[in-house]
Unconditional design. Structure first.
Length: 146
């Protein structure tokens, strides 16, 4: 899923919108969010394996609620990371179409999380998830309470 959202679909958006535009040296600022987003994704995958005893894939979901590592700062760091990478690509390629795609993708993520994922996590983990949801923000990272 992340590869589709971060690589394949952005390539389609770029090719259908006329490709990359020269943003000059400013485009290099896109490398920072891409790097941070990719590092975040790898850290989250490790958390799913180590803490959740599963994977992010639907065929092998975590057996325990993943609430450590970056998940102490924000409930959906993988979605935040994917969006961050695509925003970096929009800067790197000077593409307003990629920026619009990033916004649309975030809207889809938000709807998926609120309408499907959160109710499913509540059904699987009950009060443990409810307490986690009450203490950790959905999208904007916040330093965890000590």
């Amino acid at each position: 899923m992340p590869g589709l959202a971060m690589l394949y679909l952005p390539a389609l958006v770029l090719s259908s919108s006329g490709g990359a535009h020269d943003a000059g040296a400013f485009s290099l600022f896109g490398l920072a969010p891409i790097t941070v987003g990719l590092a975040t994704l790898f850290w989250c995958f490790a958390g799913f394996i180590a803490e959740g005893e599963g994977t992010p894939a639907p065929y092998d979901p975590p057996r325990r609620l993943v609430s450590g590592r970056l998940y102490r700062w924000v409930r959906n760091p993988m979605y935040v990371a994917v969006t961050t990478v695509v925003l970096g690509e929009a800067l790197l390629f000077g593409s307003a179409a990629l920026l619009a795609y990033a916004v649309a993708m975030w809207v889809v993520f938000h709807l998926f999380v609120t309408l499907y994922e959160e109710p499913g996590l509540h059904a699987r983990f009950g009060p443990v998830y409810d307490a986690y949801r009450a203490s950790v923000p959905r999208w904007i990272p916040r330093r965890p309470a000590p």
